[in-house]
Design a protein around this ligand. Sequence first.
Ligand code: GLU
Ligand code: ZN
Length: 493
Amino acid sequence: MANATNVRVRFCPSPTGNPHVGLVRTALFNWAFARHNEGTLVFRIEDTDAARDSEESYEQLLDSMRWLGFDWDEGPEVGGPHAPYRQSQRMDIYKDVAQKLLDGGYAYPCYCTTEELDTRRDAARAAGKPSGYDGHCRDLTAEQKQAYEAEGRSHIVRFRMPDEATTFTDLVRGEITVQAENVTDYGIIRANGAPLYTLVNPVDDALMEITHVLRGEDLLSSTPRQIALYKALIELGVAKGIPDFGHLPYVMGEGNKKLSKRDPQASLNLYRERGFLPEGLLNYLSLLGWSFSADQDVFSISDMVAKFDLADVNANPARFDLKKAESINGDHIRMLDVKAFAEACEPWLKAPHANWAPEDFDQAAWEAIAPHAQTRVTVLSDITANVDFLFLKEPVEDEASWTKAMGKGDPAALLTTARAKLEAADWTSPESLKEAVLAAGEEHGLKLGKAQAPVRVAVTGRTVGLPLFESLEILGKEKSLSRIDAALAKLAA
Ligand code: GLU
Ligand code: ZN
């Protein structure tokens, strides 16, 4: 059914909880595949599980998709020929299809209770037999059904799996064959009448004419069931064909365990809050199972789209590597023009902080220091510690930094000399400030590195930070010298 000029893919999350990186990777691959092929991306909300779905998660999903920079051709807010795109609004469609399946004998009511199913499953296991549904209600007569109804039993609806192996060609994994005994008849409608994922997902894929189903490996086991259901839907005139399936590899987290939705490291919000750029995060996530080229792993999202090919998706589990994600994000921060970088950081700088208020933020100082900061940070939230000395009334008190810079030699003598030379220096030139500290160091037998450490801690509170002499210039003569005075007073106390 795949036709490169008419690609229709879907991203169809359930609005349960915060979006996680696995979900984002799936969205990304579908979006990139659609855009690369000039196809259509359908965004569908699988919210048929009233107990788990929430409106808040739905809003969050949309907000996340927008933040990531994805667009979709059909779905919430944009509409489309197959609307509505929220499954909770499509219940009549599923009831209708379920009835057709029942009428055509493709599905049947199953009256087994959970206890009965458990007992028989345990017995089958003990006997070393397959433990899926045993087909008990497959061919009940009208009388048997009536008898169960008379007992007051409720029933679910089960889909009748054909008694033959299923073979399909996975776009990522190649040919896959699953034996019939491993895929038994499965529920499509709950006893309370609510349709299940097993029904609504392939029914919508059929009605929305999806050509390629790209999703996580955890859903591989549902594919033989869905293919059988598709065949029934084709016979019933509901589906036109069977889509191609491609299952994206697992993402492994700490300790080589599958990264779970509940893993804090998996939460998209964490990356937003830490100040990942959407393009940095997407660049990294694209490498979970795909590669751009053998020697390049930093690229723009438009270059990724231009190169994206399912043939390059790897079936092996991918490892989530936070350090690499951060490093790639840092490279994307470097790729911004400085104005965009400055603007991207401002929410962090203008937010209320423990020790400075939004009104302490100084736009001119920030714009002056931004180019120096841009080369340093890997996530935007790092910016605060790098430039807080500009906005605080007094530099942060960092005990470890103080001890490190002031705990040996004679920092008071050095600072006194440095202060005098800085006083006489040209404060419009970082070079002149550097010469002042260099000369002070020479008088005390210290190289520049050793001589500037007490100055840096006096002025910024920290031993590491942005280039010192540019920092001094931007902070200004008056504030810088008064901070050196304060440090001298503290040393004398
Ligand atoms: N709503 C399903 C999920 O979030 C979609 C699975 C699929 O892509 O078929 O897991
Ligand atoms: Zn049954």
